[in-house]
Design a protein around this ligand. Sequence first.
Ligand code: FUC
Length: 782
Amino acid sequence: MKYGLRARKPAEDSHFGWENEGFPIGNGSQGAVIFGGVKKDRIQFNEKTLWTGGPSPKRPNYYGGNKREKFTYLREIREALFEKNQEKVKNLVHELEGEEDGYGYFQNFGDIYLDFLEKDDVAEDYLRELDFYEGLIRIHYNKGKKHYQREYLATFPDKMIAARYSVSGGEMSGRIRLISAQKGKTALFDEKKNILISKGEVEDNSLFFETLLLVEHEGGSLRWDGESLLFEKTETVTLYFISGTDYKNKYPDYRGENPHEELLRRILHAKKLGWKSLKERHQKDYKELFHRQSLNLGGSHFIGDVTTEELLETYRMENREEEKRYLEETLFQYGRYLTIASSREEEGALPSNLQGVWNDSNKPMWGSDYHLNINLQMNYWQVYAGNLLECTLPLLNFMESLRIPGRITAKEYFGIESNEEKPENGFTAHTQNTIFGFTCPGWDFYWGWSPAAVPFIIGNLWEYYDFSRDEKLLREKIYPIMKEEVTLYEQILVWDEASKRMVSSPSFSPEHGPVSIGNTYEQTLIWQLYEDTIRAAKTLNVDSDFIPSWEKTKNLLSPIQIGEDGQIKEWFEEGKLGSVENYQKNHRHISHLLGLFPGDLILKENILWMEAAKVSLRDRGDENTGWSMGHKINAWARTGDGEYAHNLIQKMIKSCILNNLWDTHPPFQIDGNFGLTAGILEMLIQSHEGKIELLPALPEKWKNGELKGVLARGGFELSFSWKEGVISELQIVSKVGGECRISGKGLESLLSDFNTKKKNFLKNGVFSFETEKGKEYRFTNR
Ligand code: FUC
């Protein structure tokens, strides 16, 4: 196995084992965690649409959590803020909250247990591997003279999870149980079809759910005993299973068809294909995505027979550099593996949530929902340069689906109404979102209010365009969302005479400090929204009559202010660092630095702002929750300080990575995994400053390496290698044509021939040349 997870024992059958030792597989909509026990195996599984909350016969008045006509308080709060009457503000902000009732939780779907007729749990030569290259889990072990082998996979083309258990040198017997995680539901066996069915309705919201499990065997026999499926003296047992609900992401009832027919069709199709073809089809699909990109930081030749736990141990305790680089490469690729496993484009697909698609609890932290004040954004930071653009489309669908409920929230909380005359007059959403169109603020203003979360996530959609240059998608789907949001802000920004800025009010920086007007978090994100929307309009050659007024607003936002300690102020009122009410030193959010990353407001050419950003970053400190460290790696990479960024990677691996390499907040939260992958890419290539910059933040420990198949803004795919920090080989594929501007150490000599021929090597070290669509450009040092 080249890259993956490896263990020499099964995961403990407990929540601890699930979170720390289980190995995840997924096909976007379905996920499973494999325990791999010898006497008792457990497959815990999920499907993204199984949630409590939302509209339901029990909640006939469900209104997306919105309270009515709250915009009247908004006016009062704004006045109080202008008058600096904080007491009044504090008394009133609670009016800008939403309803908790009906919020709901992402649910555990259930478990499949295989109880083997074995005396004990003891096995020899036990090995459990999640192989990123192959896209599956393998387990083998011996028990006496018998050799056992298992494989588990989640296939996207055939929408199925499948597992195959085989034994040589003997036979195996045992029983299979399918257990729903919803109360009081038992499985039934359809003798005719040979399918085990578990179905019912979620008590809270009457959402219909169903799982079908088909078991095939070679040798021996299989029979239903009224409670479980007994397999006796078989050589192989193959499981195919699929789950679904009658959820549909459609306002207002969020219900679609009963999934039974479709699930049945698929499971019969899987049966027809059989294990071998199913696996082949899965691997073809998976490998096409995964193998687009490879990374060598100096560890790719390491072939140690070590477990992931041992690798982590080495990383924490010792100086075996090759192994350390290998673990960094593994974590990098894990972010890509988890993306493919938790976010695939298909009709109605939902994006990856706080735990991707894996959850063993019916009350997971934060509902395992969609958090828009950083987390959902971070779930997709790795897809762009990571060459997995299509995996971001579920996010686009999700954002589209928030527009209708989000217009209600805009109406109730901002008084901005969409109607026949103005059908797309502005939508909003806040920190927390569910699959049932919960777009209102949370039930506590101090974490719940965050309208700028929408501009924030629109940044992700724009990145999709900027990397792909897919003008059709920009025109048809992305730009309408951007324009609607600018339309909203054109109506809700207010003029602040004291600071001479257009400001959002009230504003609250996630998730500390005072309620204020025009804080840096909001101003920055709104600025970025205007900046990107204007670019989009110009690209598409539309709305030229709006652009002057949008430009004007943008220029009055003044997001960045430098404070007395030379920091980027987080609040306009902040003088010295942290001199405001409710400031929390070392807070995990670095929301005032979103212009540094993922935005492109704070650039290297602006030395003053860049230095101020570093002051603010240092003030926040390094160690924090997993995603916070993931964010800081990216931010430090943008400053160009590779050593600092690498130091953070080391700290993150030491403190926030579990034995199955899942990132922990705690609990397990997948954003940190994605933030880490994105951060590694950001250290090796950047393209947000109007050019491609190779090795912008390279640490000494990575001085030799190779990155293949990385994407850059402008529609370029690059592969390059470097020695002693100098680029030694470079290949650029231009996917859409147009000018390529590129810089990096060593390019001057690498491109010298090319340079004299074309005479377009620019003075400041940026090489620029026109490319042809589909053409490949190769440069090597002779
Ligand atoms: C944000 C963060 C928390 C947590 C939650 C899911 O609100 O502030 O740390 O990650 O999202």
